[in-house]
Design a protein around this ligand. Structure first.
Ligand code: PLP
Length: 478
């Protein structure tokens, strides 16, 4: 509760028409209606207010009585006069901007997969397990970063040089991708990288090839930049490169998830990688290689990132959302320096530079070896959960085929024809079990929905996973 000892009130003795009381009433009413005075705020004592304004005390008490009769003020015996909780006729927002005055564009539709939900069994994909997050180590790195000298400058719009250096070294060790720190820009995650690139290259009439099914948020970014989407189907070897248009002269991007197709989970085969690069080179199309969870690979050999293969047409997009936590909002793009420079300039006009404290903490975290130790540990954790998924579906005799298990943090259960994935997903959601159907990620409405369920097995604990899968089995077998 706040006491307003200095209300911004003025008494105009020479003004025509309005009485002193009336002037006081309308000014206090305006302060309440605009939100400058909030419910519960205390009005100065009438004696003090009268003295401050140089008016008779009776003028003030009459004004207060009138405002109390409007339910704007309330007198509490022995405590004083307060702004009341009920504020009739209050239509404006706190800024005073009313919706009649500003034509607010219609809200951008967002895919529901990205909304936080409170469900007992949240098995949606792409949610890392944060129970094992190395809090102690992270806290130390954050404290070190916070204790360092605070720069009076905004920082490098391309991102902290030491973090770019750590990422360059990490990409070389983990992916065999050789990028210099000058060829990396730090962003607020993959979707931010996609946004920056889209703003630079796309406009009304541009064309972008997307995987179908694919990542809805990226599709939405392309669309909002005016692009027309051309969808390309995927199979167990990833994007079906043979299905790309014979000529791609007027296409700006091809957006793909080669290390773990989202959401089907396949890996783009070596032959298809070669063919895709050939196609992109021949048609001068930029490949956006979204490597959102490529750290997690199980019992299969690594495949080279597209950006590491013989050419300059792929932009490698990485993130710390799945390895550490999505709320960090740190990712990066690796590409030839002129493209990185263009992205950097665009980001500079948006927000100058990324958050320097978080970048410094993350650079220290990687440098100290905590990041790669954490990934190693998480591979074991996810391997166990993946096994639990397999075992549980087997134990309960769930029909269908589990695919996309070689890498990443989710798998897809393809159901036989007599079971309907959309209906099962809806029935499960009613019981607080969130397992989206593949069709939610499809972009081509003309194509028959893929009859699968996308199961994110990474975040729930083993016991929760077991209970949820038992529930799913019951629903499927009902
Ligand atoms: C395919 C794909 N790409 C990118 C992202 C998001 O990455 P970021 O958090 O770095 O924007 C997701 C998130 O789930 C995803 O599924």
């Amino acid at each position: 509760m706040k006491q307003h000892s200095e209300l911004d009130l003025r008494i105009n003795r020479d003004g025509p028409g309005t009485s002193l009381t009336g002037s006081l009433v309308s000014q206090i009413r305006q302060l309440v209606l605009s939100g400058a005075l909030k419910p519960g705020d205390r009005i100065p004592a009438s004696r003090q207010l009268a003295a401050d304004l140089g008016v008779a005390r009776g003028t003030v008490t009459t004004a207060i009585d009138m405002l109390a009769s409007e339910d704007l003020l309330v007198a509490r015996k022995g405590a004083g006069v307060f702004v009341s909780g009920a504020r009739p006729g209050l239509g404006n927002s706190g800024t005073g901007l009313s919706s009649d005055f500003v034509a607010v564009p219609p809200p951008i539709p967002l895919p529901d997969m990205d909304v936080a939900m409170d469900a007992p069994f949240d098995f949606r994909p792409c949610r890392p397990s944060t129970a094992e997050f190395p809090r102690r180590e992270w806290k130390r790195c954050l404290a070190d970063a916070a204790g360092a000298r605070v720069s009076p400058d905004y920082g490098d719009p391309q991102g902290l040089p030491e973090l770019r250096h750590e990422i360059a070294e990490y990409l070389r060790r983990s992916r065999g991708l050789v990028a210099q720190p000058e060829e990396i820009v730090i962003t607020g995650g993959i979707i931010h990288s996609v946004s920056l690139l889209s703003r630079l290259f796309l406009g009304v009439g541009s064309k972008v090839i997307v995987e179908d099914p694919g990542y809805p948020l990226a599709r939405q970014v392309f669309r909002l930049c005016g692009a027309e989407l051309l969808s390309c189907p995927v199979d167990e070897d990833g994007l079906i490169v043979e299905a790309l248009p014979a000529t791609g002269q007027d296409i700006s991007f091809i957006y793909t998830t080669p290390s773990h197709q989202f959401p089907m989970g396949s890996r783009l085969s070596t032959a298809r990688r070669e063919a895709l690069i050939d196609w992109a080179e021949a048609n001068k199309v930029i490949v956006l290689e979204d490597d959102y969870d490529g750290e997690f690979r199980f019992d299969v050999p690594p495949l080279p990132p597209l950006a590491a293969m013989r050419n300059n047409c792929a932009v490698h997009l990485g993130t710390f959302s799945k390895t550490l936590a999505p709320g960090l909002r740190i990712g990066f793009a690796a590409a030839p320096a002129p493209l990185i420079d263009a992205m950097t300039r665009y980001r500079a006009i948006q927000e100058y530079a990324p958050n320097s404290l978080m970048q410094a903490a993350l650079a220290g975290f990687i440098r100290a070896g905590h990041f790669e130790r954490h990934i190693k540990r998480m591979r074991r954790v996810y391997r166990n959960k993946r096994q639990t998924l397999r075992d549980c579906l087997g134990e309960h005799d769930v029909p269908g085929q589990l695919i996309g298990l070689e890498s990443g943090l989710h798998a897809v259960l393809m159901l036989p024809r007599d079971l309907n994935a959309e209906m099962i997903s809806a029935a499960a959601a009613e019981e607080g079990l969130l397992i989206p159907p593949v069709s939610r990620y499809q972009s081509n409405p003309g194509r028959a929905p893929s009859n699968g369920l996308v199961i994110g097995y990474s975040e729930p604990g083993i016991e929760t996973l077991r209970l949820g899968l038992r529930q799913l089995a019951r629903i499927i077998l009902a």
